[in-house]
Design a protein around this ligand. Structure first.
Ligand code: HEC
Ligand code: HEC
Length: 197
């Protein structure tokens, strides 16, 4: 009986905790993030990245990098400036728990080029398959970003950013890969991943 009520209280405590965390997140999202990223991380426009279904530790790292200025962004440096570690964790849990979305891809021929790059890389220009790190379906891992279903405009802008070292927080991997992608390969792979589920 004692054991039973103990676990009952533990359950209450744990759910009260995640409930409180969710409350912290919802309040900040409504006040600050919704305008661009949407209430559920679906993004209000293709200009802004989708956050729904993105991995927790990846979101935490990006928000910390925006906060410290390690990753530069006109919009995000200001947004992250005053966030505490606790708020960052709550926001990461919140967006991670929302269902990921995906795009309908119309230009099938261009997407087929992207599919090849994504799964095979390009051995003639020394580009590894993206699946090596981002997963067979672009689902990512706990540390590596999910790419599946992201807006193609955002993916291509990040690849250009890595290539020109405008996105400054990568650990050299994405710079060396992106700088060897041609413009066509960037457009093709971005289109392809936008349609992945
Ligand atoms: C005025 C629009 C705007 C608002 C408001 C905004 N963001 Fe952003 N966010 C952006 C843009 C633009 C980017 C992409 C920056 C870049 O190009 O590197 C971004 C990127 C991000 C990323 C990185 C995504 C990735 O895949 O790497 C995270 C995480 C993020 N925002 C979280 C938030 C949170 C949490 C809030 C609220 C506290 C917020 N944003 C508010 C515009 C906004
Ligand atoms: C060796 C591992 C590795 C390979 C291979 C790789 N990536 Fe990445 N990628 C990363 C890492 C690590 C990050 C996160 C960098 C950071 O933390 O800021 C990343 C980030 C990205 C981002 C930014 C996502 C976001 O939400 O902002 C895009 C886009 C991307 N990679 C596309 C690609 C494409 C396309 C390929 C194949 C041509 C590829 N990557 C191959 C490791 C890899």
């Amino acid at each position: 009986m004692l054991k039973l009520s103990l676990s009952f209280f533990l359950l209450l405590f744990v759910s009260a905790n995640s409930f409180a965390e969710d409350n912290i997140a919802v309040k900040i999202v409504k006040e600050k993030c919704q305008f661009c990223h949407g209430l559920e991380g679906e993004a209000s426009s293709v200009i802004y990245p989708r956050l729904a279904g993105q991995h927790k530790n990846y979101i935490i790292k990006q928000l910390q990098d925006f906060r410290s200025g390690q990753r530069q962004s006109t919009e995000m440096n200001d947004m992250a400036k005053d966030l505490t570690d606790e708020q960052i964790t709550a926001l990461a849990d919140y967006f991670n728990s929302k269902p990921a979305l995906s795009h309908k891809v119309r230009n099938k021929e261009l997407a087929a080029v992207g599919q090849y790059i994504f799964h095979q890389g390009n051995e003639w220009s020394d580009i590894p398959a993206c699946t090596n790190c981002h997963g067979e379906k672009g689902e990512g891992t706990d540390q590596l970003p999910r790419l599946a279903g992201q807006h193609k405009r955002y993916i291509s802008s990040q690849l250009q950013g890595f290539s020109e070292r405008k996105r400054t927080n990568d650990n050299a991997i994405m710079h060396s890969i992106a700088s060897r992608l041609t413009e066509m390969e960037i457009q093709a792979v971005s289109l392809y991943v936008s349609g992945l589920k």
